[in-house]
Design a protein around this ligand. Structure first.
Ligand code: ZN
Length: 444
């Protein structure tokens, strides 16, 4: 944690709120989110290259993460690190001027386009043009990581207006041996057991699918470092698929320590939160997140398609890692198009997601399976200042009611989700009561 350099205002805000309010509340200001999104948005990220490195540099200034580089050609599990790709600029012009220029949007270039300079007729060029006929004003996001080609992405309205003539292609990219970069931050806690949070960092000018996961992960890193936590927290900022695979290949021993994990992406759109269960389906994180989203969000069962939960949950690793998003990928019209821009995301939606995650982390920190240290008869709460002095019917929402539920289920076989579900009390109230009982020496 010594390398962690927090924004002063940011960290002191966190400490103040954590100490005064037992239930998790995100201290992250919406303007901090908005500013960071705006800084990151123009960078031309990919699975490798300068745009991704520049992104990690900005994150490193915020949280002091370590940047790892894995050389082109390195074997990582069943994969090999590809050549590194960076965009300088790509311009397509035609008889009546510039048609696409990555200065205005880096979505215009197909990711991993090889360099190309030359003149083409429209017929030949059209094999290299991509558009969305059903969304004719939007630029699609396309990549070709493993098959060498080049291409431009255009609004279909622009593409269909192109007439015969000579078109100049000027793609100034670098595609050559180099390295894959990823960021990692371990915040040690009292235990060596870890909570893993991972997000992908390989999408260019797309705000929801990529950047909101990055800022939420960064905010959680700041929370983890604000005071010494029970668990150690590991944060990964990795290119999708190949980056997660590269990390797993280098961390066969580390994965043994991961007790809970989340993949974060797409947290800023207008949809309710959705949680995709780990492959196990019954991990503690699955129980927690499913409970927190009852009536408020969507619970999805495991499927082998999606983000890096596919790698963390592959049978050889089988980690207890679920995924939190809002609208699931591919289900909203802005997905992987130029409409997934800064105005599409709402910082308040990101902070609401962070709040929910922090409630889950609070439960993990509190010890998910409480055990009463005074299980023989009810302990005398009044003597400890935990029960009101005037008798009468107990209000079902009261603190005393929560204390009784906790004590009655704290047999080591029931977890905090059981207590919340059986009592009908919010998990945050159960957590507050667990802290009171622990302070009073009644709960292990
Ligand atoms: Zn995506």
């Amino acid at each position: 944690m010594s390398n962690l350099r927090l924004w002063p205002a940011f960290s002191s805000q966190i400490i103040a709120i954590v100490s005064e309010n037992a239930s998790a509340q995100s201290p992250i200001s919406e303007s901090w989110i908005t500013n960071l999104l705006a800084q990151l948005y123009p960078l031309c990220r990919s699975i490798t290259g300068d745009g991704t490195r520049a992104t990690l540099d900005i994150l490193a200034r915020e949280c002091g993460l370590t940047m790892h580089e894995v050389s082109t050609g390195s074997a990582v599990l069943d994969w090999r690190i590809p050549d590194e790709w960076s965009l300088r600029r790509a311009v397509l012009s035609g008889p009546s001027g510039i048609i696409a220029d990555t200065v205005s949007s880096n979505l215009h270039i197909v990711g991993y386009s090889e360099p190309c300079h030359g003149d083409f007729d429209l017929h030949t060029l059209s094999r290299h043009l991509h558009s969305l006929p059903d969304q004719p004003t939007l630029i699609p996001y396309r990549t070709s990581y493993y098959a060498r080609t080049w291409g431009f992405c255009l609004a279909h309205d622009t593409l269909s207006a192109l007439g015969p003539g000579k078109y100049a292609v000027d793609i100034d990219t670098v595609l050559a041996p180099g390295a894959l970069s990823y960021g990692e931050l371990l915040v040690p806690g009292r235990k060596r057991e870890e909570v893993l949070v991972s997000t992908h960092v390989c999408h260019p000018a797309l705000a929801n699918d990529n950047l909101t996961g990055i800022v939420a992960t960064l905010a959680l890193a700041d929370w983890a470092a604000a005071e010494t936590r029970e668990y150690s927290y590991r944060f990964l900022f990795v290119p999708a698929t190949i980056g997660a695979i590269a990390w797993l290949a280098a961390n066969r021993d580390t994965v043994e320590r991961i007790r809970h994990g989340l993949v974060l992406t797409g947290l800023g759109d207008g949809a309710p939160l959705s949680y995709k269960r780990s492959r196990r389906g019954d991990a503690a994180i699955d129980r927690l997140m499913s409970h927190l989203l009852v009536g408020k969000g969507l619970i999805l069962d495991w499927s082998p398609y999606g983000y890096d939960e596919r790698q963390f949950c592959s049978p050889g690793f089988d980690l207890p890692v679920g995924r939190l998003s809002r609208a699931p990928h591919g289900t909203y019209p802005e997905y992987h198009t130029s409409a997934d821009n800064l105005s599409f995301v709402d910082a308040a939606q990101v902070t609401a997601a962070i709040d929910l995650i922090l409630t889950a982390f609070d439960a993990i920190e509190a010890g998910l399976v409480p055990r009463s240290l005074a299980p023989y008869g009810e302990p005398q709460l009044g003597r400890r200042g935990l029960f009101r002095s005037v008798g009468g019917a107990l209000d079902e929402g009261s603190r005393e009611y929560a204390l009784l539920w906790l004590l009655s289920l704290a047999d080591g076989d029931h977890d905090l989700v059981d207590v919340a579900e059986r009592s009908g009390l919010p998990l945050a109230d159960v957590l507050t009561s667990a802290r009171l009982l622990r302070t009073a020496g009644l709960l292990a």
